[in-house]
Design a protein around this ligand. Structure first.
Ligand code: HSE
Length: 307
């Protein structure tokens, strides 16, 4: 009888420029780890990280609550959370805890759910921190690789990324607002010009084509967003300089990771990734901001550590 399950889920980047709320990519930059143990009743959360431990306000707690209710599970669950993903920086931190928990509940109670259902439950938990549900980060963190999220009804498509795709991430050391995702969604235009819509749609389409054709250069040069990025870039110190520097150093495309403030540059295995990272750091330094840079690859998604 399984009584404890340990699942690790990766960080992720949402949007990839023009795919706002639709595209996600799992990244092996950071991981969250969740251990679930069966108890007699109720839901308890233990963690050494600075996150809410009331299940109602914790992403993992909400996932367990929703899954227990849906499958009429009477037993209790203890949730142990170890956060490795910086929270509030556009790296899919809350989504990863939710993703790991949905996968762990599925294993612990042998529910044998499909990918779509796991993503749906993980998304229901993310509501705790994001305030609204969008499935781009959770889908990437659950399934790994590149994901396209179609909503109403939810349908998630996963595509295996090309083997030579690489990313340089920069997490700036700045204070982020408390409800950051809500704040950064508040600055997005409510209406868009048709000409901008056409440009974003064409770039989004060639991103998808690039993943299907396993063409990292096509993906990289399509990371171009004329709608959301211009509206959010003022929230990131030195963003334009960071982007310009990274492109000059050989990055194929540069944009905000999810709702920011992290920045992500797309490149290939044969790019000078260290040069790109240091160009990004210099860009942030020009705005008196330090940053942590990480060179990473796509991740395979949430994994059961005991399997
Ligand atoms: N697609 C979302 C956004 C991701 O950009 O607001 C953040 O959770």
């Amino acid at each position: 009888m399984t009584s404890a399950v340990v699942v690790k889920a990766p960080s992720s980047t949402a949007n990839l420029g023009p795919g706002f709320d639709v595209f996600g990519l799992a990244l092996d930059a950071f991981n969250d780890e969740v251990t679930l143990t069966k108890t007699k009743s109720g839901i308890t959360i233990t963690t050494e990280d600075n996150i809410p431990t009331d299940p109602e306000y914790n992403t993992a707690g909400l996932v367990v609550k929703n899954m227990k209710k849906k499958f009429n599970i009477k037993e209790g669950v203890e949730i142990k959370i170890k956060k490795g993903i910086p929270a509030g920086f556009g790296m899919g931190s809350s989504a990863a805890s939710a993703a790991a928990t949905a996968v762990a509940v599925d294993k612990l109670f042998r529910l044998k759910l499909d990918g779509n259902s796991l993503v749906e439950f993980a998304g229901s938990g993310e509501k705790a921190s994001a305030g609204s549900v969008h499935y781009d980060n959770v889908a990437a963190s659950v399934l790994g690789g590149f994901v396209i999220v179609k909503t109403n009804p939810l349908e998630v498509v996963r595509i295996e990324p090309p083997k030579d795709l690489r990313m340089c991430i920069a997490v700036p050391k700045i204070n982020v607002p408390k409800r950051k995702t809500k704040v950064s969604r508040g600055v997005i235009p409510k209406k868009v010009r048709m000409v901008d819509n056409v440009l974003n749609l064409s770039n989004a389409s060639t991103i998808v084509a690039g993943f299907i054709k396993k063409d990292s250069e096509m993906i990289g040069r399509s990371i171009r967003d004329v709608i959301v990025e211009p509206a959010r870039q003022h929230m990131i110190p030195g963003f334009l300089k960071v982007k310009q520097n990274a492109l000059k150093a050989g990055a194929l495309g540069v944009t905000i990771s999810g709702a920011g403030p992290s920045v992500i540059a797309f490149a290939t295995r044969s790019s000078d990734l260290k040069k790109i990272s240091s160009a990004i750091s210099k860009g942030f330094a020009s705005a008196n901001t330090e940053c942590k840079t990480i060179i990473c690859k796509p991740s395979k998604g949430a994994v059961d550590m005991k399997q």
